[in-house]
Each structure stands twice: as C-alpha cells, then as structure tokens.
Design a protein around this ligand. Structure first.
Ligand code: IPD
Ligand code: CA
Length: 266
C-alpha cells in the first residue's frame, strides 16, 4: 500500500473513533502532560491509539513522532517518520466547537522538507485534504489550488493565541487595514483551508507552533501552489525535534505576501 493510502486509512479510522466523542465529558479526561507539552485529553489518546494500533496491524516499519505519545519506534529498520497530531484543535474538540482535525504526515528524514505525504481530516465532518510530493493536493477527490485571483473578500488568517504585546503591536496595522481577519483554532485545518483557496494568507509569527501542527499542512500547501516561508521570508524548513518551534507565512501569491509584509510594524 502507498504511504498516502496508509495515512488516509489511519485518518479515516480516527474520524470513526472520535466523531461522537467531541464535546462530551468523556472527551476531556486528563492524562497528564504529553510529549508536546500540553495536557493530553482522552480524545487525544483515543485518536493516537487508533493510529498506532493500525500501523502495528499492517506492520508499517516507521518511527512515530506523536504529539502526546512522543517518539515510538515501530521498527528497527524504519522507512521514515510518521508525524502525528491525532487531534489538532484539542480545545475545540473538547468543547464541541466544530473545528478540529487530525494531521498525519510522512517524512523520509529528520526534516520538514523531506515530507512526502500528508493528510488532514476535518473531524467534525470527515472531509479530507491530502497531498503527495509532486502529485498535487486534493480535497476529498478534487484537486485543490490556493486562491490566485483577486478575491471578492480578502481573508487574512492570523494565529494570535497567546501572542505577546510586542507581536500584537507589530501586527496591529494588518488588523486595522483588513475587515476579515480570522483565526479558527486548529492550525492544520487552517493550512488545509488556505490550500483550498478559502484564505489568501495565513500567518503564525508567535514562534510557538510545533512540527506536529504543520507537518501535513506543509506538503498540502506546497502541492496546492502556496508559498510557505519562515519569518525571514526564506523557504520554511526545520528539524522534527520536540523542542523545535516555528513561525511561518503561507501566502497564495507574491502580491498578498508583499501587501501583508509591508503592513507589519518593525
Ligand atoms: C493547537 C492549535 C492551535 C494553535 C496552538 C496549537 P493542539 O494545537 O493548532 O490553533 O494556536 O498553538 O497548539 O494543541 O490543539 O494540537
Ligand atoms: Ca494535538
């Protein structure tokens, strides 16, 4: 089975196992601090176990880098890394806000730029975004592209959760100049929606986002024709370590990138 098929199957299984759990008291059960540094909730644990059980069942030889479970070596001859955020947007999932997803990616080396496959499933409705390197990005079975045309409403996505006052001051002109600034609370799903052309730019300059939250989005955005840059406007790359935190800018085209960058206070 191709890696993308494995990720799609695993992602579907997560959807089946958690779709009736979101927003219930059972979803919230506290399992202590996970490898990514946040409290692991019951819904996170169930979703991760679904993937680990499936990978073991099909004997997929890999190392799993899970947000809650940490590094799990499923083989001593691994083909690569499965980078797993089984529930991205855990707070939304626990509260029942219908905006949370799973994010699964495959990398051949310890680098974001070696990611070959990624799948993001919207767990509130089962819709799936997926991409393989050099093969395009898809939403369900339809190929997707970032929004290249001049939009009727310009939608600017900015992750500001826990942002410092310094960052908010830098970003203030963007808020002042744009009536449609958005942040929905699940980074991976926001990257997927950007790749589908529903936002023109999506930025996160907090230097807080973990590799698990961007890994699948990385290949989906690139395969949809998006620009994916770090805070210095170089191509985004990073190692896959648990300590790594990044900032990024996903832009549909040079024009919107230039416009937004020119509005950031330095
Ligand atoms: C979180 C979401 C959120 C972002 C946080 C992440 P999690 O992921 O992606 O949008 O603001 O930085 O931690 O914790 O729900 O997997
Ligand atoms: Ca998570």
């Amino acid at each position: 089975m191709d890696v993308i098929e494995i990720l799609r199957k695993a992602s579907n299984k997560i959807y089946e196992n958690v779709k009736d759990l979101a927003g219930t008291e059972d979803a919230a059960g506290d399992f202590g601090v996970g490898a990514g540094g946040d409290i692991s909730r019951n819904i996170d644990i169930i979703a991760e176990k679904t993937v680990l059980d499936y990978l073991k069942e099909i004997n997929f030889e890999c190392v799993v880098l899970g947000e809650e479970c940490g590094r799990v070596e499923l083989s001593n001859k691994p083909k690569g890394f499965i980078i797993m955020d089984a529930i991205d947007g855990s707070a939304n999932a626990v509260r029942g806000v219908p905006f949370f997803c799973s994010s699964l990616a495959f990398a051949t080396e310890d680098k974001l730029s070696s990611i070959t496959d990624g799948v993001i499933t919207n767990l509130s409705n089962g819709e799936m975004y997926w991409a393989s390197k050099n093969k395009g990005a898809f939403f369900n079975n339809k190929q997707i592209k970032v929004h290249k045309k001049n939009p009727i409403y310009k939608i600017v996505g900015i992750n500001t959760s826990g942002a410092s006052i310094e960052l908010m001051n830098k970003l203030h002109p963007i808020f002042k100049n744009h009536d449609h600034v958005r942040h929905f609370g699940a980074n991976a799903l926001e990257m997927a929606m950007f790749a589908r052309g529903l936002m023109d730019i999506f930025i996160d300059l907090r230097n807080k986002i973990r590799i698990q939250d961007i890994a699948a989005g990385y290949v989906i955005v690139k395969e949809a024709g998006g620009m994916l840059l770090d805070e210095n406007l170089n191509p985004l790359d990073a190692d896959l370590s648990y300590e790594t935190r990044v900032s990024f800018i996903a832009a549909a085209n040079q024009e919107i990138l230039d416009e937004i960058m020119s509005q950031i206070n330095n």
